[in-house]
Design a binder for this molecule. Structure first.
Ligand code: NAP
Ligand code: FE
Length: 382
């Protein structure tokens, strides 16, 4: 057993937790910039709850509500400029990963003099105090020190990260997810599952991160039945009860705590290419790659050259959640039913992506060769 664990975010969960725990916001500053996407924060009640909490605390606030999905570097700088122009001294993100990451990046950019061109390389030693209200389940961004930004040309998705970017407080109130549609629900659940699975296959996995990851995987697997039946019956009105929403939210926060320690692996790096090329939702992009990636790892593990295998523990956690034994074949079947028809890439695209994935950062405990990465892309979307 050998690990170091840092996750400096206070996590507060429960129905009405933002208003009831408004004291947790009181010390963060005098004027907040609230960062959201265009609609959901207002529609699901999170923005109103936050405003009520801030007003009860006597804290001023102003709103930036133009974060797009897969936020750009320009969007983060625009948000940081608003922080400075409005004299805000703390930042609160409400949303899925896109607004939460933008709030995080802007809280750092606002107090570190970093040129746009150096945004990914800069070291962020400080950031304004930050709170996050998660409304998808999800990215786990509410408990990570990463913000993922897309460059302005739309050719690169990359993270910035530093311990100073951990939010001070994360609020988890699953009521905000009750009206979330099927695609966002399923895709974000796959993202969370992918974080937990990739965390277990990271070179930085530890006994502690694995404990969190296995629990996250089991909880999400316990929701597969409801997600599949929603997918296959095509219900228009979201059928998931608050209890299931709470499970998915808890599991996604656990998985965020995992990747805060372990980082993600090639699945995320490769999936970014689908989002850049096709606009594929982030979680779906990971889902398209998971089966081929796991089969690649399993085959490598069978050679016995990489130490104790890790796929069996992932399958055991899936099985614990499903209430029956699960091997990769069954898991692939479930994923395929959730994903439906797959996007298709041509050989030229796959070659270019393979090259980038091969040259990119490696974080898996088993590294893939260029050819192996190409085969994973081909099996996923070829
Ligand atoms: P998102 O882009 O934040 O949101 C997707 C869609 O869901 C938007 O249309 C949004 O609407 C809507 N939405 C949000 N909350 C909702 C709710 N409660 N009910 C109904 N609709 C809701 O999606 P995401 O998957 O959560 O985040 C993806 C981003 O996070 C990507 O850029 C990804 O790279 C990043 N990410 C970050 C980390 C990290 O550690 N920081 C980890 C994984 C992924 P509005 O636009 O109107 O809000
Ligand atoms: Fe992710």
């Amino acid at each position: 057993m050998n690990f170091s664990y840092l996750m400096s975010t206070r996590v507060i969960a429960g129905a009405h937790c933002v208003y009831e725990n408004r004291a947790a916001l009181a010390g963060l500053g005098k004027k907040a910039l609230i960062v959201t996407g265009r609609n959901s924060a207002k529609a699901n009640g999170a923005y109103a709850d936050l405003v009520k909490a801030l007003e009860a605390n006597g804290q001023a606030h102003t709103l930036f509500d133009r974060v797009m999905s897969n936020p750009t570097v320009d969007c983060a700088y625009e948000t940081a400029a608003m922080i400075r122009n409005e004299g805000c001294d703390f930042v609160i993100g409400i949303g899925g990963g896109s607004p939460m990451d933008t709030a995080k990046a802007a809280a750092a950019i606002a107090v570190n003099p970093v040129e746009k061109a150096a945004v990914y390389e800069a070291s962020y030693t400080k950031a304004l105090p930050l709170a996050e209200i998660a409304t998808t389940a999800g990215t786990g961004s509410e408990v990570t020190q990463y913000a993922i930004l897309t460059n302005n040309e739309g050719t690169l998705k990359k993270s910035i990260g530093a311990p100073a970017l951990f939010p001070r407080v994360a609020f988890l109130d699953a009521r905000y997810m009750l009206n979330m549609g099927r695609a966002v629900t399923v895709n974000t659940a796959i993202d969370a599952l992918s974080h937990a699975v990739e965390g277990m296959l990271s070179v930085r996995a530890s006994a502690l991160s694995d404990t969190l990851a296995k629990e996250s995987i089991a909880i999400i697997a316990g929701c597969f039945g409801e997600l599949l039946s929603w997918t296959e019956t095509g219900a228009v009105k979201p059928p998931l009860p608050q209890e299931t929403r709470e499970k998915l939210l808890f599991a996604s926060t656990l998985a965020g705590m995992v990747i805060a320690q372990t980082g993600t692996t090639s699945v995320h790096a490769m999936g970014y290419e689908f989002t850049l090329a096709w606009g594929t939702d982030h979680g779906r992009a990971n889902g398209l790659l998971l089966e081929a990636f796991l089969r690649f790892i399993e085959a490598k593990e069978k050679t016995g050259e990489n130490g104790p295998p890790r796929i069996p523990a992932i399958c055991a956690a899936l099985g614990r959640g499903c209430g029956e034994p699960v091997e990769l074949d069954q898991f692939a079947g479930i994923l395929n039913r959730l994903l439906g028809a797959r996007e298709k890439a041509d050989a030229g695209q796959i070659e270019a992506w393979t090259e980038r994935a091969f040259l990119g950062k490696k974080n898996g405990y088993i590294a893939a060769t260029r050819e192996e990465l190409g085969r994973i892309f081909t099996a996923s979307v070829g």
